[in-house]
Design a protein around this ligand. Structure first.
Ligand code: SAM
Length: 256
């Protein structure tokens, strides 16, 4: 099935911006802090002094962390409300971050060959136009520069998972072919009140888009929690989940 452009994705993200801030706060949610952020920082390396784009920055927790580590940060999101909250957060933290309303599909406000690093954290599965975003990323990176991409694992969709009884078992329901690209909606979770819109693609389709844009895939990981952080209060079911199945995938790409 062909995925078409859906303008309602922007409306959707704009409408849940405050709830998103409640979800990730200034530090990231449990999944980010324990599973994927450690891999993100490992792939990104030392960001001090680098020009970094946080593509699909949301309310900006990662932009803030990049700035704290000495990066020169631009955050881009197509939701004006997300950008408003991110701007307020960075002002309160005393950080000088440039936040822009723009779409990852074309990044019109960003000139060619500008950034040393792009981080794109849990955004690609939300884009109808993956090819447009990845070719924009390629365009705005300097030669040999790096993109670190984290997105929800397409083979383990959280919104299609059900816990079985009291045992540590989870089943994933597939009511369509894994190999089919399609627009999906999940019912609201946690404190959210709206259905979530996202776009399923098999993992190999992502890989093909990265390669056909001209990127070399240099690292790939399925983030997991290997050493429980004893200082972190985490519900045992979530802990078991973090240790036994992936929420996300992490790619490091190099512009050739
Ligand atoms: C799951 S949230 C992740 C936000 C942030 N990166 C984080 O980790 O908290 C997805 C974000 O991508 C943004 N987004 C979705 N499609 C976009 C597009 N085409 N262009 C720019 N931003 C987009 C949404 O507005 C939302 O802020």
């Amino acid at each position: 099935m062909k995925i078409e452009k859906h303008d309602d994705t922007r409306e959707f993200w704009d409408s849940i911006a405050s709830d998103w801030h409640t979800q990730v706060g200034l530090d990231g949610d449990v999944n980010r802090r324990l599973n994927s952020d450690p891999v993100l920082w490992e792939f990104a390396g030392d960001v001090n002094g680098l020009t970094v784009l946080d593509a699909g920055c949301g309310t900006g927790y990662l932009s803030l962390k990049l700035a704290e580590k000495g990066a020169i940060v631009t955050g881009v999101d197509f939701s004006p409300k997300m950008i408003q909250i991110a701007t307020e957060n960075s002002k309160s933290a005393g950080q000088d971050i440039s936040f822009l309303v723009d779409s990852c599909s074309n990044l019109k406000s960003i000139k060619d060959n500008h950034f040393d690093l792009i981080v794109c954290n849990y955004v690609l599965m939300d884009l109808p136009d993956l090819k447009g975003a990845i070719s924009s990323f390629y365009r705005i990176l300097k030669e040999k520069a790096v993109a670190v991409l984290i997105f929800s694992h397409p083979a383990f969709p959280q919104g299609k998972s059900t816990k079985i009884g009291s045992r540590k078992q989870v089943s994933y329901q597939w009511d369509f072919s894994y190999f089919e690209q399609r627009r999906c909606t999940d019912p609201p979770w946690a404190h959210f009140k709206n259905d979530f819109i996202w776009f399923h693609r098999p993992l190999s389709d992502y890989w093909k888009v990265f390669k056909s844009a001209g990127f070399e895939v240099t690292e790939f990981e399925e983030p997991r929690l290997t050493l429980p952080n004893k200082d972190t209060m985490i519900d045992p079911e979530k802990l078991n989940n973090c240790q036994t199945r992936p929420y996300s995938v992490a790619f490091k790409l190099n512009k050739q």
